[in-house]
Ligand binder design. Structure first.
Ligand code: AMP
Length: 396
């Protein structure tokens, strides 16, 4: 089946067409600056990227240009729209309503809308993308794949905050977790690589990208993860603070004369590695600065690794052990220094990293030594393929 995978943001739309049988990406790209002016990036497999400025006042025009590009006589990856068998949409927040992917209906859209206040920047954009696709491809089945769904079976002790219970009852304030598609994809692949049954395995996935989270996957179920009500909780990220004493926020806000939403914006956009280093949120820049002797970059990288290690340690406790640890996403897949320095905290568990395998590793590979008590892998994530596979499972 050919699945069009759509990941819609407020002013952007990323897409891929994936043949689910061969796992081949037939074409991919993105629309940027929707609602401002508009730019289409399109790339058919094996060809160069084409970049075209096109007017995109709304997401509907963006989807239309994507469909036109996909079926273009010269460079299109498809002969006609008939060749799109299904559309898989990434949806950020499914709240407590969605515990797995679903076929999109009017009722589903209504229920996603009811989760809008949990993800006010993301869910409305996801719905706009869904509506635009439904308008242009009314007879093509569509599936919603939620970032939160994989974590929806966490036990209550893992998702409650220590605040008055009425906030959970009245507003569903609790921990949800994100990057679920990636944690699911990588944990399944980790079991395959380790040659062990997924439903009888303790896995910790470190998804370390610009946004970052760790998950504890026990027998195929995510039993804890580091992000919370929103993606702000947990690890130190590119620009997000991760865990912080809420009193520190009040303290800073008072000193700087910030209101609450400005303070939260600062925690989301100006903090994390960018805030700590005052250089960049990109680990390549930060590593280069550290190598030149920049003290703040060194402190930031130490603090980052320590925070990841604390979560990994916590999840060893949560699962009473760990069989496999997997690193994924931009930093997890590429940064050997970070992997080595996180794992060095776990000598007491008998984990040893083989530097000859870890150094310069940017691909799927076991990086632990053969006698390591826990197997450690680098596993490139593929959220689009995971969305396509979920889509096929529901409408194939
Ligand atoms: P993601 O959000 O998964 O796309 O990850 C993006 C982040 O990965 C970037 O901001 C960089 O910090 C990091 N990254 C990407 N490539 C490399 C690399 N070769 N070495 C170190 N970090 C990298």
């Amino acid at each position: 089946m050919n699945v069009l995978v759509i990941n819609c943001g407020s002013s952007s739309l990323k897409y891929q067409v994936i043949n689910s049988d061969t796992k081949e990406v037939l074409a991919k790209g993105l629309c940027e600056r929707i609602g401002i002016d508009g730019r289409l990036v399109y790339q058919k497999a094996g060809l160069d990227k084409e970049i075209t400025d096109l007017p995109m006042p709304t997401h509907t025009e963006a989807v239309k240009f994507v469909l036109d590009a996909l079926t273009n006589e010269k460079t299109g990856a498809l002969k006609s729209l008939e060749e799109i068998d299904a559309v898989g949409h990434r949806i950020v927040h499914g709240g407590e309503k969605f515990k797995s992917s679903v076929v999109i209906t009017d009722d589903v859209i209504k229920a996603v809308e009811e989760c809008n206040d949990l993800a006010p920047l993301h869910n409305p954009a996801n719905i706009i993308g869904i509506n635009a696709c439904r308008e242009l491809m009314p007879n093509v089945p569509m599936v919603g794949v939620f970032d939160t769904a994989f974590h929806a079976n966490m036990p209550q002790k893992a998702y409650m905050y220590g605040v008055p219970y009425k906030y959970y009852e009245n507003y569903k304030v609790r921990r949800y977790g994100f990057h679920g598609t990636s944690h699911s994809f990588v944990s399944k692949r980790a079991a395959e690589l380790a040659g062990k049954p997924y439903d009888n395995l303790k896995t910790i996935v470190c998804h370390l990208g610009n946004g970052a989270s760790v998950s504890a996957v026990l027998n195929g179920v995510s039993v804890d993860t580091s992000m919370g009500l929103s993606p702000l909780e947990g690890l130190i990220m590119g620009t997000r603070s991760g865990d912080i004493d809420p009193s520190a926020i009040e303290f800073i806000a008072k000193k700087e004369g910030m209101d609450l939403s400005k303070a939260v914006n600062m925690l989301n956009k100006e903090s994390g590695m960018l805030g700590l280093t005052e250089i960049s949120s990109d680990f390549r820049d930060i590593s280069a600065a550290m190598e030149k002797g920049d003290e703040k970059a060194k402190v930031a990288l130490d603090t980052y690794c320590y925070r990841v290690a604390k979560y990994v340690g916590a999840y060893v406790a949560a699962m009473n052990g760990v069989d496999v640890i997997a690193f994924t996403a931009g930093i997890g897949e590429n940064d050997d220094f970070i992997r080595r320095n996180v794992m060095k905290y776990f000598g007491y568990l008998g984990i040893t990293i083989d530097d000859s395998k870890n150094d310069n590793c940017h691909e799927e590979r076991k990086i632990s030594t053969d006698d390591s008590k826990v197997e450690v892998y680098v596993i490139p994530t593929n959220e689009e393929l995971a969305i396509a596979e979920d889509t096929v499972a529901l409408v194939g």
